[in-house]
Design a protein around this ligand. Sequence first.
Ligand code: NI
Length: 156
Amino acid sequence: MAVLNIVKVGAPVLREIAEPVTRFDKKLEKTLKNMAESMYANNGCGLAAPQIGLSKRMVVIDAGDGAGIREFVNPVLSDFKGEAVDVEGCLSVDEYEGEVKRAAEVTVTFQDRKGEKWRLDAKGLLARALQHECDHLDGILFIDKALSLTPKRKAE
Ligand code: NI
């Protein structure tokens, strides 16, 4: 496995509509593992493939709920319910964090690394992370939606 460079705001790949994943092979498995390792190395709770310069529809999330790393390939969100405002940051945005309004609950349909289809109802941080990471797949960053932006505290 390898810790990959995180692409920062300003890079065109972060503004592209990512392509669906069609090959469920060893390479995909390796990429997902590298994404997870890169996310943990940077103390993130989610990472989308465009953030490693790969314009493909896949994200990894660890919402700190004890489930560990979750992989979502070709995720599609639906059934947005409620509203919640909370502070978000992004590994591609070094300077700011900010409050973003998201749905409080969301349903995600997705594939796993083998191509098998799943459906999951999410709330709390997982719901927020899914919305943040799926935005990345459509070229959207949280700074586009933030109600307020404040300078990020330096990581200790
Ligand atoms: Ni992000």
